[in-house]
Design a protein around this ligand. Structure first.
Ligand code: SAH
Ligand code: SF4
Ligand code: F3S
Length: 445
């Protein structure tokens, strides 16, 4: 292929799910750009379409099926179009075959453990004209050095560990992402230093349970120690991390946030339920009181900390009383933001086999009531910022209003503001003039 031809090749990638998938997609992009492809935001002019899928809830899966159906006419128009499906959903037993049966025009299927092999699969399809279906059941060794084409020039995700060992009874993630494996700290630090050299200002350390980072590694390290090492990297401005499992969040980590200037005052601490009975059946290994004590400690040690969470309503057997315990906990903590989910049955998980499933109408009713209580605390917490000045890392112009810039405070609040002579990557002091329900409006004086 001559250069001109390569230059015109485009890929479209759509990503569902969490930051793990986002980062995997950035790697797929990086590998494709390395072999001469450029990204397009429309499917119509793409030579390759990639769907990076999620299966944490049923609606995530339904979206993928819907989107796959729509590709049929594109493939008819352009038989050379290559369609690749990957991600967590493909790791489920029998799913790859199900997809191929329903959508025989798919060219490549691969899973979360072998995404690094994508260029090889692409080459096979292009040179041999075969269909590739390769999903590894077991995790492989961590593959380092894959090129990453990141979405932002200011903030970057850095995965510090893969997989999960917790097996919360509702959750499919351990089945599709495999067992917990930590990256060596030197690889993580080298990646962050490289990002800083490229101009990145903020990094978010990623893992399903970052607090168990370091287990199984041949070095004297744990998550708190890693945080302190990262804090020493010159030129880096901000460090965040997610997710923290409440059972593993140590005082060491809390003190690291308190003492290290680059560690932002923000903790995402998924509670899932406020009922001891439900927490137990969920296999979460903490009680409501353990959680509330942890929140007290965090608030005491880290002034102005932003606390966010994940909550599930309608877990099997959840009674109105259990649900009231969740509402009560939400009021007590006063979250700054919360991702709320309706329990979704996932194949092969223990909760799916439980007999006392909660009816849909009850789940929806609880969900609406929960969202109302969560929003009250989010709005109340935002109001406090009216008249205050906060440090914001500028991310660029706001998508919804191009007369304003957008960025976040150290504790994670979204701020849209007017300013002159600022650019993405700057740290600016913004005076908050108005609190909107889910963002702050301000100006640089
Ligand atoms: N590892 C992270 C989150 C993983 S998935 C953690 O433990 O914090 C993100 C969120 O999806 C979970 O926190 C949970 O609230 C939600 N979730 C997972 N499985 C679910 C299911 N079957 N139904 C509804 N929500 C679910
Ligand atoms: Fe799922 Fe629990 Fe692991 Fe989070 S900790 S990924 S909720 S099993
Ligand atoms: Fe979904 Fe996989 Fe993340 S199931 S939530 S994309 S780990």
């Amino acid at each position: 292929m001559d250069k001109q031809e390569v230059k015109d090749l485009k890929y479209f990638i759509e990503t569902w799910g969490c930051q793990m998938n986002e980062e995997d997609s950035e790697k797929l992009s990086g590998m494709l750009k390395n072999i001469g492809y450029s990204r397009t935001e429309t499917k119509d002019d793409a030579n390759i379409i990639i769907f990076n899928t999620c299966c944490v809830r049923e609606n995530a899966e339904n979206k993928v099926f819907g989107n796959l159906g729509e590709l049929k006419h594109l493939k008819k128009k352009n038989p050379d179009l290559i369609i690749a499906i990957c991600g967590c959903m493909m790791q489920q037993q029998g799913m790859a075959d199900k997809v191929l049966e329903k959508f025989p025009y798919v060219n490549i299927i691969f899973g979360t453990h072998n995404a690094y092999k994508f260029p090889e699969y692409l080459n096979r399809v292009q040179t041999e004209g075969v269909q590739v279906k390769e999903v590894f059941n077991k995790e492989t060794k961590i593959v380092e050095g894959i090129p990453i084409d990141r979405k932002s020039d200011v903030k970057a995700f850095v995965t510090i560990m893969h997989g999960c060992n917790n097996f919360c009874t509702y959750c499919i993630v351990p089945y599709v992402r495999g067992r917990e494996r930590s990256r060596k700290s030197e690889d993580i630090i080298a990646e962050i230093k490289e990002l800083v050299a490229q101009g990145y200002k903020e990094i978010t350390l990623l893992g399903q349970n970052v607090n168990s980072y370091g287990k199984g590694l041949d070095e004297d390290i744990d998550f708190a120690k890693l945080l302190r090492k990262v804090n020493e990297i010159e030129g880096l401005e901000r460090v965040r991390f997610m997710s923290s499992h409440p059972k593993d969040l140590t005082k060491d980590v809390i003190m690291a946030i308190k003492e290290c200037d680059k560690l932002c005052e923000q903790i995402h601490l998924p509670v899932q339920s406020g009922s001891d009975r439900i927490l137990k059946i969920m296999n979460r290994h903490y009680t409501r009181q353990d959680y509330l004590d942890l929140i007290d400690l965090i608030k005491k040690e880290i002034p102005d900390v932003g606390i966010t969470t994940d909550i599930i309503v309608g877990f099997p057997g959840e009674t109105e009383e259990d649900f009231q315990d969740t509402l009560d906990l939400v009021k007590k903590v006063g979250y700054d933001s919360a991702f709320t989910f309706i329990y979704s049955r996932r194949n092969h998980t223990p909760a799916d086999k439980m007999e006392n499933q909660v009816p849909d109408d009850v789940k929806h009713d609880r969900f609406d009531r929960l969202v109302k209580i969560v929003n009250e605390s989010v709005i109340r917490n935002n109001k406090v910022y009216e008249g205050k000045t906060v440090e914001v890392l500028v991310e660029g112009l706001s998508k919804n209003d191009e007369t304003k810039y957008t960025g976040r405070t150290r504790n994670g609040r979204l701020v849209n503001f007017t300013a002159e002579n600022v650019k993405a990557g700057d740290l600016v002091n913004v005076k908050i003039v108005r609190a909107q329900p889910f963002s702050l409006i301000g100006l640089v004086e």
